[in-house]
Design a protein around this ligand. Structure first.
Ligand code: GDP
Ligand code: MG
Length: 831
């Protein structure tokens, strides 16, 4: 039986392998392989794996009679082949592979020939031997029978007696379960000589016992066979997988070789080799087209499932959460309202931190987010956005993060254009509103007037028997703040906000920037699931692996659940505000989705660009024959600022003139910005960024104007003035000096002190200072000390060294630049 089993496996294996060269002789040879294996492992070889090619069905043709030496030699050869194959793999040289194959083939042929010869010889010997044996036995029997007959007169030699004779059962009557033994005996006899039969047999028995009986031995033999088969196939360059699992392989229009291998669950090396066999020299990190990949998939015996490019996004398809998995989550609140009505003040009052004082110009410039806990114990997540720009641009990107809008209206002012805008945004988004009537501490406060005005815009507050909650507050005195928070908590309760925290996270980017020290950083508001350190994700056109999570308090956290804002580190690039973050299973998926989106965006831009240049521009020019255009370039420190500025710019203009933002971006002003500006006769507006050295030179040469701002209002004002041809030459900020940080010292009692060289102008202790890193403003403040040698001084002039330390700021590094400026107070006139 076991013999048959062995045979079957061999047959199958042969049949399974693709029709390559090795296969042709594998039928004839495999059995030999198996026999050798057994012999090697168990010492006693297996008989029944009889070759079909071997002439006689008699035991004489048994291959197990081959001397053991051949097996070793063959193994050696195979090891060599294996090594050669490995080397080939490393070199990925198809030629060599082919040669090697040929060599292996030749070797194989030679070996088989030798074996066949040997077999024949052996068979002949065996025949001769058996003949002699038979004759001898017959003779004996005859003699015996004669003797017996002679002695007892009546007893004929029964035919059945013959099998009982020594050696006879081995030949003919061997029943299925015993041929192993018989063969082993035979083999021992045949190979080592007849005379030592007994000793051999006892050795065999001992071994059988040692290996735990027949059954166990079978298994180990099978394992050995498999192992050898694997090694052989590897050496021969065939597929390693024997018991093949046929997989459905998702195939996009282009795929990385390594990812293809991954999806087939095949070795990358094998896939690369298969590609080489097809004449394609690729590495695992190269992308191949779907048609090629399809051939490979078929060659490996898997099923191709073609997917279109857009389908790559399917892996992040919405998973419907079960009702029982949903848990309550905190509401996400955006504060909106007209400029100067107190949004920032209110947010800060709520956070109980006074950021307002340090924020230039009083316009919220950086999008952030934080969580607070009400007295009632409810947790609320606040988005600190620059007004409506972020709200809309986020919505336009499909990220609706806000659950509740708090509409701030100053009690001493009235409903203003941006108030109406905010109302419209909230309505369009279907987000409930709560009205905060601010500045109640002001003597001119008239909340009733505000309510009446809101009524005109279809916002009916509770006090007017409507259903919009309204709260009178003062960001300055703190009046009504708790009431406001409770109103929000109540609204949230009504909304019954829920999310499933136990799934792959999805979130929205609130703000993203390129941090010099930490790389791309995104502030993400988790919307569903839990974002964990180590998670792989795609976000907009970027992807990454969460290297660290930092919460609103600046602490590192391991994970962030629904409605929790966190800074995410570990991106490969900077996403944009409003981009959606999705956790994926594999990096390949994330990369593929990001690549797809990037390409799609490129295509879209190209299409849009073409339309603009060719038709739209002409069309516009015709329409706007009498309208002058003021082109500008905007560079800002963060995406949120850039977008806020662009939105503000688009609103500027009257019947005669309009502002056109040619380009906007994040980061230092570069030479290419200057080139574009020159071509279009546009000024460059830098918001909290500076031009790098080459851009500065180029701008000087080409006469391109670069203006720096740290207050959005100032920028908007200037552009307005320019648009009406009224731009005065007045300068709001005067840069009086620059210093470069050479070294950073730690001084007890003071903290970090920068050892600087004043490179331009003067450093003045009373002046304002900015810290520039890679031409981006990363801090603005005042100096704590200005030292020349050990003395505190008021001024240090260009070319001298000095020590400087910032008030309340410590993150200074060598090669940072300190900009020293003075500000002139200019009364602003708003239109
Ligand atoms: P935003 O433009 O809406 O962010 O408004 P800000 O928060 O920058 O505030 C604009 C101005 O209003 C600042 O000068 C604040 O000090 C002032 N302000 C804000 N809230 C209050 C308040 O409750 N009472 C008073 N008296 N002044 C306030
Ligand atoms: Mg503000």
């Amino acid at each position: 039986m076991s013999d048959n089993d062995g045979k079957k496996t061999l047959g199958l294996r042969g049949g399974n392998r693709p029709g390559n060269v090795k296969q042709s002789f594998s039928h004839g040879r495999t059995k030999n392989v198996v026999v050798e294996t057994k012999r090697k492992r168990v010492v006693v070889p297996k008989p029944g794996a009889a070759k079909p090619g071997a002439a006689s069905g008699k035991i004489a043709g048994d291959p197990s009679r081959r001397p053991a030496g051949i097996s070793d030699a063959e193994m050696e050869r195979r090891m060599k082949a294996l090594q050669a194959a490995k080397a080939r793999e490393a070199e990925e040289a198809a030629k060599r592979e082919a040669e090697e194959k040929k060599r292996a083939e030749a070797r194989e042929r030679r070996r088989q020939e030798a074996e066949a010869k040997e077999r024949e010889q052996r068979e002949a010997e065996e025949k001769a031997r058996k003949k002699a044996e038979d004759e001898e036995r017959k003779k004996k029997e005859v003699e015996e029978a004669a003797k017996r007959a002679a002695a007892e007169a009546a007893a004929p030699a029964p035919a059945a007696a013959a099998p009982q004779g020594r050696g006879a059962p081995n030949h003919k009557a061997a029943p299925a379960p015993t041929p192993r033994k018989a063969d082993r005996e035979r083999e021992q006899r045949n190979t080592r000589g007849k005379g030592r039969d007994d000793g051999r047999r006892s050795g065999k028995l001992t071994l059988g016992q040692a290996t735990g009986g027949e059954g166990n031995r079978h298994r180990s033999m099978a394992a050995m066979k498999r192992k050898q088969e694997r090694a052989r196939q590897k050496a021969m360059g065939g597929t390693v997988e024997r018991e093949k699992v046929v997989r459905d392989v998702q195939l996009p229009e282009a795929i990385l070789v390594s990812e293809l291998a991954n999806r087939m669950a095949e070795r990358v090396g094998e896939v690369v080799k298969a590609l080489m066999n097809m004449g394609m020299m690729v590495t695992q990190n190269q992308t191949i087209d779907a048609d090629t990949a399809e051939l490979i998939i078929e060659e490996f015996g898997h099923k191709v499932v073609r997917v279109s490019d857009a389908d790559v996004e399917d892996v992040i398809a919405e998973v419907e959460d079960k009702e029982e998995d949903l848990k309550p989550r905190p509401p996400v609140i955006t504060i909106m309202g007209h400029v100067d009505h107190g949004k920032t003040s209110l947010l800060d009052a709520i956070r109980d931190a006074r950021v307002v004082a340090g924020e230039a110009g009083g316009i919220t410039q950086h999008i952030g987010a934080y969580q607070v806990k009400t007295e009632g114990g409810a947790v609320l997540s606040f988005l600190d956005t620059p007004g409506h720009a972020a709200f809309t641009s986020m919505r336009s990107r499909g990220a609706q993060v806000t659950d509740i809008v708090v509409l701030v209206v100053a009690a001493d002012d009235s409903v203003m254009p941006q108030t109406i805008e905010a109302i419209n945004h909230a309505k369009a988004a279907g987000v409930p509103m709560i009205v905060a009537i601010n500045k109640m501490d002001r003597p001119a406060a008239d909340p009733q007037k505000v309510r009446a005005e809101l009524l005109q815009h279809e916002v009916i507050v509770e006090a007017m028997s409507g259903d919009v909650q309204d709260v009178e507050v003062s960001a300055h005195t703190g009046q009504g703040l708790d009431e406001l928070l409770e109103a929000i908590a109540l609204q949230a309760e009504i909304l019954e906000l829920k999310a499933n925290p136990d799934r792959a996270a999805q979130g929205a980017v609130i703000e993203a920037q390129l941090d010099v020290g930490r790389g791309p950083v995104a502030t993400v508001l988790v919307q569903t699931g839990t974002l964990k350190q180590g998670d792989i994700f795609v976000v907009g056109e970027q992807y990454g692996k969460v290297r660290a999570l930092i919460n609103d308090k600046g602490d590192r956290v391991k994970e962030a659940g629904p409605s929790v804002p966190v800074e995410v580190l570990g991106l490969n690039g900077t996403p944009e505000a409003g981009d959606v973050l999705n956790v994926t299973e594999t990096e390949a998926q994330a990369r593929e989705i990001a690549a797809y989106r990037e390409q799609a965006a490129k295509d879209k831009r190209a299409a849009a660009g073409a339309a603009t240049t060719l038709e739209q521009l002409m069309q516009k020019a015709k329409e706007d024959e009498n309208v002058a255009e003021l082109p500008i370039l905007v560079k800002a420190d963060v995406q949120g600022s850039a977008e806020a500025i662009v939105q503000a710019m688009e609103k500027i203009g009257n019947g005669e003139v309009r502002v056109r933002v040619l380009h906007h971006g994040v980061g230092a002003i570069t030479e290419s910005d200057v080139g574009l500006a020159e071509a279009s006769g546009a000024p460059i507006m830098g918001f909290n960024v500076r031009a790098n050295a080459s851009a500065r030179n180029s701008a000087n040469q080409k006469g391109v104007e670069i203006r720096y701002y740290s207050v959005i209002y100032d920028l908007v004002d200037d552009v307005k003035a320019a648009a009406s041809g009224l731009l005065s030459a007045e300068i709001r900020e005067k840069f009086i000096g620059y210093a470069e940080i050479k070294e950073v010292f730690k001084v007890t009692g003071i903290g970090k002190v920068a050892g600087c060289l004043v490179t331009e102008g003067v450093a003045r202790r009373s002046a304002g200072v900015r810290l520039l890193r890679d031409n981006v403003v990363i801090h603005e403040g005042t100096l704590k000390t200005l030292k020349r040698f050990k003395d505190e001084v008021a001024e240090v002039i260009s070319g001298q060294e000095c020590g400087m330390a910032f008030e309340n700021y410590d993150d200074i590094r060598p090669a940072d630049v300190i900009e020293i400026f003075e500000r002139e107070e200019i009364t602003r006139t708003l239109d």
